[in-house]
Design a protein around this ligand. Structure first.
Ligand code: ADP
Length: 434
């Protein structure tokens, strides 16, 4: 295909050449050239005028029809206009589909800019977050979601997890809110109503608490009678002794499970711990250390205590007892005879109070470590039962530690031993005894 620009150039040259020759024949070459030049100028001015008119109409109409180079220009403009229209149509269709789907979503979705100002919201945001689509665009989201946990969530800027809290609006709904950053300095806020979930969770916790409570009394009575019968010197019961002892062992096991379940539901239902009482951790560890030695019995574990005698905590004594005793007794249970168990309690240079129990026991594989704090999760169920375990110890430890603003860290190698650690933060009011 010929280049229209060169065609046009040749045509003009031919026109100028022809008019020059024709003008020369009658001795008016200059006049002929001027006439052709003016005609060319007017021709181009006409099409420039047409183009300007079309641009002023903002491309609403088809571009004008042209000739020569101008036909090529107008055709190209027409193609551009057609492409733009098709893209616009596609985008509009996509946008309306996006709006329809987000409107149908039961979760509130709000688009926020880098300053947490509202840019857009879906229909559910009106009911769930009480936002008004026209009025509230451009407002700060913190003017509407005023919960301190939400403000702290935005300030900290770690959006890997959602936060949950009860809304202060009339609905009093439980909300789960998550921020999802995307694009350039844009964020999507997704809010979900989890009231029903929370109710079910509460029902589950209440059910476990109630059933454990109901079982406790009959089990205590049963266990009491069995103990009396075992201690009875009556000869007629002699042949029953092995059966009675097995029954007493099983009821004791059930009593322990019920006690652990009650402790766990108490920890789950308790509000987060503010303050607490002064707990002498060194005295607590000394007493648990003695009990651990008694539990070890014939196995003669070498239990060492390296404890800062002045380092204490502000917390709940029986919860701290559960934490330390579960970890220490586990070390005794899962370490072969004569193995070393070391207990350490000291203040770190960073100010936190560090507790750790290290054993030379059977160890735990990395796959099991991640699931260890789940209720009733045991690496070896038979072994745990033989050791008198309930499978709830580490779940209790996890929840009690959370209430004391800390977490459990586990390091272990199968066949080599395990290390259970936690760091109590300085806000726990660690005090040195005078
Ligand atoms: P259990 O009552 O069965 O001991 P826990 O919740 O205390 O329940 O512990 C869960 C499981 O973790 C145990 O069954 C055991 O398999 C494993 N475990 C806990 N502590 C240790 C340890 N010190 N060494 C090896 N395994 C351990």
């Amino acid at each position: 295909m010929k280049n229209p620009w060169t065609t046009e150039l040749w045509r003009m040259l031919a026109l100028f050449g022809f008019s020059f020759l024709a003008g020369s024949l009658i001795g008016q070459a200059q006049l002929f050239l001027i006439i052709v030049l003016v005609a060319c100028l007017l021709w181009h001015l006409y099409y420039i005028h047409q183009l300007r008119q079309w641009l002023n109409s903002k491309g609403k109409f088809h571009p004008p029809q042209g000739r020569g180079l101008w036909r090529e220009i107008f055709d190209q403009l027409y193609r551009l206009q057609k492409g733009k229209r098709a893209r616009k149509k596609k985008l509009t269709r996509f946008l309306s589909r996006f709006k329809e789907s987000t409107s149908a979503m039961p979760d509130a979705t709000v688009v926020l800019d880098h300053a947490w100002q509202i840019q857009w919201m879906n229909t559910a945001a009106k009911t769930l977050l009480d936002l008004k689509p026209k009025k509230d665009i451009g407002q700060y989201i913190t003017n509407f979601i005023r919960h301190p946990r939400f403000k702290a969530y935005l300030n900290v800027g770690d959006f890997t997890q959602a936060i949950e809290f009860q809304s202060s609006m009339a609905t009093q709904a439980f909300l789960s809110i998550r921020i999802v950053p995307y694009g350039k300095n844009q964020c999507l806020l997704v809010a979900r109503d989890i009231t029903r979930l929370k109710q079910l969770e509460e029902m589950r916790q209440d059910f476990i608490a109630n059933i454990s409570h109901e079982l406790r009394t009959p089990l205590t009575v049963l266990n009491g009678y069995l103990e009396t019968m075992i201690d009875d010197d009556n000869d007629s019961l002699n042949s029953w002794q092995p059966i009675l002892q097995s029954m007493e062992q099983q009821t004791t096991r059930m009593k322990n499970i019920v006690a652990d379940l009650l402790m766990l539901s108490h920890l789950e239902n308790s509000p987060s711990l503010n303050g607490g009482s002064h707990v002498s951790v060194p005295a607590l560890l000394a007493s648990i250390g003695d009990d651990a030695q008694a539990l070890s019995g014939d196995k003669q574990h070498i239990i060492s205590l390296d404890v800062d005698p002045q380092l204490c905590l502000t917390g709940v004594e029986n919860e701290l007892y559960s934490i330390f005793s579960n970890l220490i007794f586990n070390a005794v249970r899962y370490t072969p005879a004569k193995g070393k168990i070391s207990i350490r309690w000291y203040k770190k240079s960073t100010g936190e109070a560090h507790f750790e129990v290290q054993d030379e026991g059977i160890g735990i594989s990395s796959d099991d470590i991640t699931r260890l704090t789940e209720r009733f999760y045991r690496v070896d169920v038979g072994r745990s039962r033989d050791m008198g375990g309930t499978g709830l110890g580490l779940a209790i430890v996890k929840h009690a530690l959370l209430r004391h603003n800390t977490q459990l860290h586990i390091k272990s190698k199968v066949g080599k031993g395990s290390r259970f650690m936690c760091d109590f933060p300085t806000i726990r009011g660690i005090k040195k005894l005078p």
